[in-house]
Design a protein around this ligand. Structure first.
Ligand code: FNR
Length: 379
C-alpha cells in the first residue's frame, strides 16, 4: 500500500518494474555486451519464450468473501523462516552491470530478509559478499570444480562466512550456445575482478604457475577447465555431504526421474530450473515440468522453482503448482544496472507488493494454502 499511496500522491517510482519496459530501461543504461549477456538465452531464445508462455497458459481463479485483507507471505524453507517465498537467484559477474556488483544485491536482499544465493562466478569474494549481507540469510551456489581440494577450500570458506545452504548447479557443466554473446564477442568471466571466487582462493591460486594478476588469461582458462566438461554422475554426490554440513539443493532439475534420483540420493531440495532458458534451446518450459516433479518428490524434499518469474501472479502460479518458493534472476540484475542497491530493492519490493496484493485479491491469506485448485488452465 505504501507504493500505491506514493503513486496517489503523484510520486513516480525510480524506474518502471513492468517486465518488458524494465528490460528496455536496463538496455538503455548498459553497454551492448553486458546487456546481451544478461538478457540473452540459448540459441533462438525459444526456451526463454516458452518459460513465459507457460506462465500465461495458467490463470488464477479468484475467490470472494474469504477475508483475505490481512496476509502473511512468510514461509519456511529448509528450516529457515523467510518473510516471503522469494529468493535472489545466483547470478555471476554482476560487476558487468554495476561497480558495487554482488555487494549491492546482497545488501538489498539482506534489507528485505530474503536469501541471497551467491554465485561461484561472482565478481566479489565470498568474504566480501558475506560482509555486505551482514545478518541477512545467504546461500552459496557451486559450480563444482573437478579438483577436490579446490572444491573443499571454496566450500569451507563459504561455510565459515555464514552461508547456510549449498546450491549445486548441474545444468552448466558447459556454457550453452548463446549467439547473442558470440555476436558481441563477449565472455564476461574474462573481465572479472581479481576478487572473483577462484582468484581469491589460496588453493586454486596454488594450482597456477603465476599469480592471477600476472597472467589473468591463464588463470581464467585454468578455472574454466576446472568447472566445465567434467563427466560426473550421481555417485559423486557423497563428496558434497562430506564437505558441507548444511542442507544441499540441486539446481537445474527438469526431468521427474532426475527429481526422484535426487530424493533417493537424500539431498534436501531441488530447484526446478532451466537456467532462465540460457542452456538448452528448444527445451521444455520450466513451469511445465513443475507439477509432476512436485507430485513425485514434494513430500521428500523441498521443491524450489525458477525461470521466467516476473510478477506477483507468477509467484502465486508457481506456488500453486507445487513450489515452496521461487528464485528471481534477471529482474533484480536490471534493478542493479538502473540503481545499484536501491534499484535492486525497488524491483524486489515491487514484486513482493504485487505478490501480496495478488494473493489477497485471489482470496488467499497466506502462501501455504495455495494449491492447484487456485488455478485453471487457459486456452
Ligand atoms: C544466471 N544464472 C546462474 N545460475 C547459477 O547457478 N550460477 C550462475 O552463476 C548464474 N549466472 C547467471 C547469470 C545471468 C546474467 C543470468 C541471467 C542467470 C541462472 C539463474 O540463477 C536463474 O536460474 C535464472 O536467471 C532464472 O531465470 P530468470 O528469473 O532470469 O528468468
Amino acid at each position: 500500500s505504501e507504493i500505491y499511496l506514493q503513486g496517489y500522491g503523484g510520486a513516480t517510482p525510480m524506474f518502471t518494474t513492468d517486465g518488458a519496459r524494465l528490460e528496455e530501461a536496463a538496455e538503455r543504461v548498459l553497454d551492448p555486451g553486458p546487456f546481451a549477456y544478461v538478457a540473452g538465452g540459448a540459441g533462438t531464445g525459444a526456451t526463454m519464450r516458452a518459460n513465459r508462455e507457460a506462465f500465461d497458459r495458467w490463470r488464477i481463479v479468484p475467490r470472494m468473501l474469504t477475508d483475505s485483507t490481512e496476509r502473511d507471505l512468510s514461509t519456511t524453507v529448509l528450516g529457515e523462516t523467510l518473510p516471503a517465498p522469494v529468493l535472489f537467484a545466483p547470478v555471476g559477474v554482476q560487476s558487468i552491470v554495476h561497480s558495487e556488483a554482488e555487494r549491492a544485491s546482497a545488501r538489498a536482499a539482506a534489507g528485505l530478509g530474503l536469501p541471497f544465493v551467491m554465485s561461484t562466478a561472482s565478481s566479489t569474494s565470498i568474504e566480501d559478499v558475506a560482509e555486505a549481507s551482514g545478518k541477512g540469510p545467504r546461500w552459496f551456489q557451486l559450480y563444482w570444480p573437478n579438483d577436490p581440494e579446490v572444491c573443499g577450500s571454496i566450500l569451507a570458506r563459504a561455510r565459515a562466512a555464514g552461508f547456510s545452504v549449498l546450491v549445486v548447479t548441474l545444468d552448466t557443466w558447459s556454457l550453452g550456445w548463446r549467439p547473442c554473446d558470440l555476436d558481441n564477442g563477449y565472455l564476461p568471466f574474462l573481465k572479472a575482478e581479481g576478487t572473483a571466487v577462484p582468484f581469491s582462493d589460496p588453493v586454486f591460486c596454488s594450482r597456477l604457475d603465476a599469480p592471477p594478476e600476472e597472467n589473468e588469461a591463464m588463470a581464467v582458462l585454468r578455472w574454466i577447465s576446472m568447472i566445465t566438461g567434467t563427466d560426473r554422475d550421481w555417485s559423486a554426490l557423497p563428496f558434497l555431504r562430506e564437505h558441507w554440513d548444511g542442507p544441499i539443493v540441486l539446481k537445474g532439475i527438469q526431468h521427474v526421474d532426475d527429481a526422484r534420483r535426487a530424493a533417493e540420493a537424500g539431498v534436501d531440495g531441488i530447484v526446478v530450473s532451466n537456467h532462465g532458458g540460457r542452456q538448452v534451446d528448444g527445451a521444455a518450459a520450466s513451469l511445465d515440468m513443475l507439477p509432476q516433479i512436485a507430485a513425485a518428490v514434494g513430500d521428500r524434499l523441498e521443491v524450489l522453482f525458477d525461470s521466467g518469474v516476473r510478477t506477483g501472479s507468477d509467484v502465486v502460479k508457481a506456488l500453486a503448482l507445487g513450489a515452496k518458493a521461487v528464485l528471481v534472476g534477471r529482474p533484480y540484475v536490471y534493478g542493479l544496472a538502473l540503481g545499484g542497491e536501491q534499484g535492486v530493492r525497488h524491483v524486489m519490493r515491487s514484486l513482493l507488493a504485487d505478490l501480496d496484493l495478488t494473493l489477497g485479491l485471489s482470496g488467499h491469506r497466506g502462501v501455504s494454502a495455495l494449491g492447484p485448485e487456485a488455478l485453471v488452465r487457459g486456452q
